[in-house]
Design a protein around this ligand. Structure first.
Ligand code: PAF
Length: 283
């Protein structure tokens, strides 16, 4: 039977008791409204640990003032039943007061890795992510923590924060989970109308186009990006391309030429949903 904890002291006691029994603890932090992407992280955590803890917390500090914090989809009952099916041991689902009982005066800012991609477009977003993830790491104290590569920049930022701050935790990246037509699984897909849902495949299709160009010998990143832009703007429901960037996948710095260690990443507004996707370049 899955255990649901709302209080920090209770999840701490649960994990401490598992650890006293010599059990390893895997942790999947989420903002809820779970989909196949989250469940794939949970399955990976289950296969590598004795005990799996999932957190469900829509973290206000990672949303900008004009972003969708209030509207972010929530369905705790459904989430818990999905996690119960996956045989997760415990859920940590605190309320905002439990996580932020007073004004937070501490900032965690990872430099350089946050300068481009979503970091450039969502000012302060990764500071909010780093703050909540480090709080959750200190609360849950897991051995391993699982992050999806759909949020590739988030994965790299957390990996670096863990290294810089000596958290005794292994960060495990997991592959992007896609729908049959290629759309990356995301809680925000719920915002899409039927037509927008169809057009939302343009993100993945544009990555496939880039892959094809590279395989045909096009290594100039500006030309690849221009071709992706032109392709995406042909879809009626696309409101705006927030960015398309080709960066070194370790430093996340833009590059002008493909060398085989790049990430192609993009964010596109389809209807009111801001969707992201990416692909690691293979040559
Ligand atoms: O990826 C997410 O859902 C969130 O950014 C995370 C890691 C749970 C922190 O709120």
């Amino acid at each position: 039977m899955i255990k649901v904890f709302e209080k920090i002291k209770d999840i701490r006691a649960f994990v401490e008791s598992a650890k006293r029994e010599g059990k390893s603890v895997g942790f999947v932090p989420t903002m809820g409204y779970l989909h196949e992407g989250h469940l794939s992280l949970v399955r990976c955590a289950r296969s590598e640990n004795d005990v799996v803890v999932v957190s469900i917390f829509v973290n206000p500090t990672q949303f900008g003032p004009s972003e969708d914090y209030k509207d972010y989809p929530r369905d705790m009952e459904r989430d818990i039943s999905l996690l119960e099916n996956e045989k997760v041991h415990a859920v940590f689902a605190p309320d905002v007061k439990e996580m932020y009982p007073e004004e937070t005066l501490t900032t965690i800012h990872v430099e350089k890795l946050t300068e481009h991609l979503c970091g450039a477009k969502r000012k302060g977003h990764f500071d909010g992510v780093c703050l909540v993830v480090s709080k959750l790491f200190n609360i849950v104290n897991p051995d391993r923590a699982y992050f999806g590569k759909k949020d590739y920049q988030q994965y790299r930022v957390i990996e670096r924060m863990v290294r810089d701050l000596n958290f005794p935790i292994s960060v495990v990246p997991c592959p992007i989970i896609r729908e049959e037509d290629g759309l990356a699984a995301s809680s925000r897909n719920i915002y899409l109308s039927e037509k927008e849902r169809k057009d939302a495949t343009c993100l993945y299709k544009s990555l496939r186009l880039a892959d094809k160009l590279i395989k045909n010998g096009e290594y100039n990143t500006k030309r690849i990006i221009d071709a992706m832009k032109e392709f995406i703007m042909g879809f009626e429901s696309v409101r705006k391309i927030d960015y398309i960037e080709i960066v070194d996948k370790y430093t996340l710095e833009p590059v002008s030429e493909i060398k085989g260690r790049e990430l192609i990443a993009l964010a596109v507004y389809v209807g009111k949903a801001r969707l992201i996707d990416n692909m690691e370049v293979q040559i």
